[in-house]
Ligand binder design. Structure first.
Ligand code: SF4
Length: 290
């Protein structure tokens, strides 16, 4: 059985060709507001993955309408999935979460949700809410795992453990929700063998999709400060070397796990390292090269 493409997987799940639309709903994160930690994960700069029309300067409805306008001109007969991506998208009182998710689903042609969150922000009330929505629409819960190594989680100030991620993935999947795992490759102090262990451990869990990418050192982060001062070493790999690692990873993942993405491309003005200067399609060509 050949591995399904992510776009085909979404099409099958939602019963229609869909485009994900980023929504920034004004959440914060317990690792920034002092509830779990201060200052956030050392590599985190949310501006690197929030497109202009997905900034929390307008309502969820307006963001979705603006984004739809952008895509409607490009693709005919498209449906949409609201992607709550920035910060921790289950970190608010349950009534507020319900209001925001319902607002997104009330927009014409929005047929489902992708909710990105931390594993320690998936309490029973949140899962019940998502489970209820999932009965009518489909919900993917994208859980930030990053690594299966607690020593690394501590080093990057994630303020949750690998066990916490395992527990959350199992609990969410048991409720019939689709679970996506997010991993970062090349975290400080990790060898390729460490990364393979993470991949193997995640593959044992009821994960339906995996999104992984290379660690990027971004301006304005604590990681950047540590890296510039030489206090932290990060891998100095080329795009070709990274593509080789991706091939190794994919070859050991079961065919039923869908690969959503394997590279990240932060805006050039934010990216300090590694500066490959590649668009995702250009990286794909390197990956596909014999
Ligand atoms: S990466 Fe996620 S969990 Fe970490 S500080 Fe940023 S928003 Fe919070």
């Amino acid at each position: 059985m050949a591995r399904q493409q992510y776009s085909d997987f979404l099409c099958q799940l939602y019963g229609h060709k869909v485009q994900k639309l980023n929504v920034s709903a004004g959440f914060t994160c317990p690792n920034r507001d002092g509830t779990k930690g201060q200052g956030g994960c050392t590599y985190c700069n949310n501006a690197s993955f929030t497109p202009a029309f997905g900034r929390a300067t307008s309502s969820v409805t307006q963001q979705l309408l603006d984004a739809k306008l952008f895509y409607e001109g490009k693709y005919a007969d498209m449906k949409y999935v609201a992607y709550f991506q920035s910060y921790t998208n289950t970190y608010a009182p349950i009534e507020r979460l319900q209001e925001l998710y319902n607002e997104a689903l009330a927009v014409d042609d929005v047929v489902g949700l992708v909710i990105s969150t931390r594993p320690d922000c998936l309490g029973d009330d949140v899962i019940e809410l998502l489970q209820g929505i999932n009965e009518e629409y489909k919900v993917i819960v994208e859980i930030g795992v990053e690594t299966a190594h607690d020593r690394t989680l501590e080093l990057i100030n994630r303020c949750h453990s690998w066990q916490c991620a395992q527990y959350a993935i199992n609990k969410v999947a048991q409720r019939g929700l689709v679970v996506g795992a997010h991993l970062i490759l090349g975290l400080p102090g990790e060898t390729e063998d460490d990364m393979m262990t993470t991949v193997d451990e995640v593959a044992k869990l009821p994960v339906r999709t995996i999104k992984f990418h290379q660690l990027q050192v971004l301006r304005g982060t604590r990681l950047a400060q540590h890296w510039e001062r030489g206090e932290v070493q990060v891998l100095n790999w080329t795009a070709q070397e990274y593509a080789h690692l991706c091939r190794r990873i994919i070859s050991r993942l079961p065919e039923n796990i869908i690969i959503e993405r394997m590279v990240s491309t932060a805006p050039s003005e934010l990216l300090l390292h590694p500066r490959w200067g590649l668009k995702p399609a250009q990286f794909q060509q390197i990956f596909d090269a014999p």
